[in-house]
Design a protein around this ligand. Structure first.
Ligand code: TMP
Length: 196
């Protein structure tokens, strides 16, 4: 039987990486934990392009090239019946790059580029947190290019707009709760939808 594909999304500092790995621990070897950008040379090139301040369209194309390759791996795991848990996926591109690209109809263009190789997750958890709290959480770590409060606020607005258009697939989770409460809520939803 084909596996299930679950993605975690949210602004930097939302805690999605912690929850994704807790879920993987809970599900054990039935599941695969993966993330984007990947640690392949294509995935690493995105970080390099951001560091070098490359053009926003170049960066968007690199994120999508990385995803195209990643989807092939994800498809393989799904065909083996695995529950694939992915820390960031296509919604990250729609939410972040449409903000970064400063281009009219950016999200529409991003969706068009994606259309020949789109893989729709069975469920997406969007971890929602106030940008102030998110900044507080990431204060100690090395600043990445997108980790500024105003930018994250706009990215989160994009995420919430996308979630309001795809109410069935995207479940918004209050990420200001404890990780135990967040896990409980995620497990409850996954069980209800027969995904685990
Ligand atoms: P991470 O903090 O989850 O490792 O993600 C690294 C950064 O990459 C984060 O600031 C979000 C950004 N990102 C995009 O802008 N677009 C994408 O498609 C992905 C996957 C990540």
């Amino acid at each position: 039987m084909r596996g299930k594909f679950i993605t975690f999304e949210g602004i930097d500092g939302s805690g999605k990486t912690t929850i994704a790995s807790l879920l993987h621990k809970k599900l054990g070897s039935r599941s695969v934990l993966t993330f984007e950008p990947t640690d392949s040379w294509i995935g690493r090139s995105v970080g390099k392009a951001i560091e070098e301040g490359r053009d926003a369209i170049t960066i968007a194309l690199l994120f999508m090239a990385d995803r195209r390759e990643h989807i092939k791996e994800i498809e393989k795991w799904l065909s083996e019946g695995k529950i694939v848990i992915c820390d960031r996926f296509m919604d990250s591109t729609f939410a972040y790059q449409s903000e970064h690209m400063n281009m009219e109809n950016a999200e529409k263009w991003l969706r068009t580029v994606h259309s020949p190789f789109m893989l729709i997750p069975d469920l997406t958890f969007l971890l929602r947190i106030s940008p102030e709290k998110a900044m507080e959480r990431i204060k100690g770590r090395r600043h990445e290019a997108y980790e500024y409060e105003d930018f994250l606020r706009r990215v989160q607005e994009n995420y919430l707009r996308i979630a309001s258009m795809e109410k069935e697939r995207i479940v918004v989770i209050d990420a200001e709760r404890s990780k135990e409460e967040i896990m409980e809520r995620c497990l409850e939803i996954l069980t209800k939808r027969n995904l685990i």
